[in-house]
Design a binder for this molecule. Structure first.
Ligand code: F6P
Length: 369
């Protein structure tokens, strides 16, 4: 029989994204209706690594009143971090930084707080941590989030839809100014090693070029595509460039060397591409890096609904003792799947899939042919 649940914890991990507050709200409202208490843990696992750690968010019991008005707000009221992996936690000793394993402390603190279960809301990194905490005895239910849409086992993660909308709005604006000045506008968007955000927004925004990590590009193919537009009397173009884009001969672009305890920072793919293209054209090139604008803002209705459904389903999963599972959308149902399945493979764009084909059919060049 499943253990009686009275007190649960909830944390949000990794990069923030619109829809996290919808999850928190749904969890708190549904758990309270069942008579449970919900502790909001601050800044991902930081709140469990050190119980005296205090950010402005603070580990605290969340009441329905605390979450009534947060549905429409981006970000997360619990705070988050993509540097609090307890299995690779960065500490400074004698002026030197090193990674240590503090997961035993997390387990001890979880017990000290007398929590019966943990809902971990996060992307692939957070789900990997959730799986390892589960293996150490913490009963965890996962909730998938990421703007990158690169997590397996769920049709959609919330945050993606809002991010794509922000990119689409940017493309719409760039179209106006590109057409007025006869320019090629390069828009760098996020997505890490997956091209979902770039592909979806390029289609939605009617871009002319889309460069994604899954399809290595040749600069000459992009020059040719722009010249074809020129020959048809269209002397401007919009190129959406995923931050993880890769030339067929060369590497991805990074902001610098990887910092200890952090993911490598992808940056500069659009600048690199513009520099490769501009000398071959009689058109001005301009670069916009959209950056964290994609991560903020009020969630779209899609992300509010998905976040709400995931939060409610996570409470059900806890009640049913489905630990080690992650809630997932298998349209139209919300189901649970093993966290291990979700993290087994990164989800990438299929270069031969229908979405890429639809883009090609509507004249988008991926710079590969
Ligand atoms: O995973 C979400 C994401 O926004 C990626 O698209 C991006 O590469 C990364 O996080 C940026 O992380 P940070 O906020 O640490 O710069």
């Amino acid at each position: 029989m499943a253990k009686k649940i009275e007190r649960i914890g909830i944390m949000t991990g990794g990069g923030d994204c619109p829809g996290l507050n919808a999850v928190i709200r749904a969890v708190v409202l549904k758990a309270h209706a069942r008579g449970w208490k919900v502790m909001g843990l601050e800044d991902a696992t930081a709140g469990l690594i050190d119980l005296d750690y205090r950010s402005p968010h603070g580990n605290r019991w969340l009441e329905p009143d605390d979450v009534q008005d947060i549905l429409v707000r981006g970000g997360t009221i619990l705070g988050t971090s993509n540097r609090s992996d307890p299995f690779h936690f960065v500490v400074e000793e004698n002026g030197e930084k090193k990674e240590v394993d503090v997961s035993d402390t997390v387990v001890e603190n979880f017990k000290k707080l007398e929590l019966d279960a943990l809902i971990s809301v996060g992307g692939d990194g957070s789900m990997k941590i959730a799986q390892k905490l589960m293996d150490k005895g913490i009963p965890v239910v996962g909730v998938p989030k990421t703007i990158d849409q690169d997590l397996g086992a769920t049709d959609y993660t919330f945050g993606f839809n809002t991010a794509v909308q922000a990119c689409t709005d940017a493309i719409d604006r760039l179209q106006d100014t590109a057409a007025s000045h006869d320019r090629v506008m390069f828009l760098e968007v996020m997505g890490r090693n997956a091209g979902w955000i770039a592909l979806a927004s390029a289609i939605a925004g009617g871009a002319h070029i889309c460069v994604i990590p899954e399809i290595p590009y040749r600069p000459q193919a992009i020059v040719d595509a722009i010249k074809r537009r020129l020959s048809k009397g269209r002397p401007f173009a919009i190129a959406v460039v995923a931050e993880g884009a890769k030339p067929a001969e060369g590497d991805q672009s990074f902001a610098g060397p990887r910092e200890l305890g952090a993911m490598p920072k992808l940056f500069g793919a659009a600048y690199k591409l513009a520099a490769q293209i501009e000398p071959h054209l009689d058109l001005d090139c301009r670069v916009t890096v959209l950056g964290h604008i994609q991560r903020g803002g009020s969630p779209t209705q899609f992300d509010r609904i998905l976040g709400t459904r995931f939060g409610a389903a996570a409470v059900d999963a806890v009640a049913e003792g489905k630990f080690g599972q992650m809630v997932a959308l298998r349209t139209p149902e919300i189901v649970t799947v093993p966290i291990s399945e979700a993290i087994a493979n990164e989800r990438n764009v299929d270069p031969n899939g229908q979405l890429v084909q639809a883009a090609r059919d509507t004249g988008i060049s991926f710079g590969d042919r």
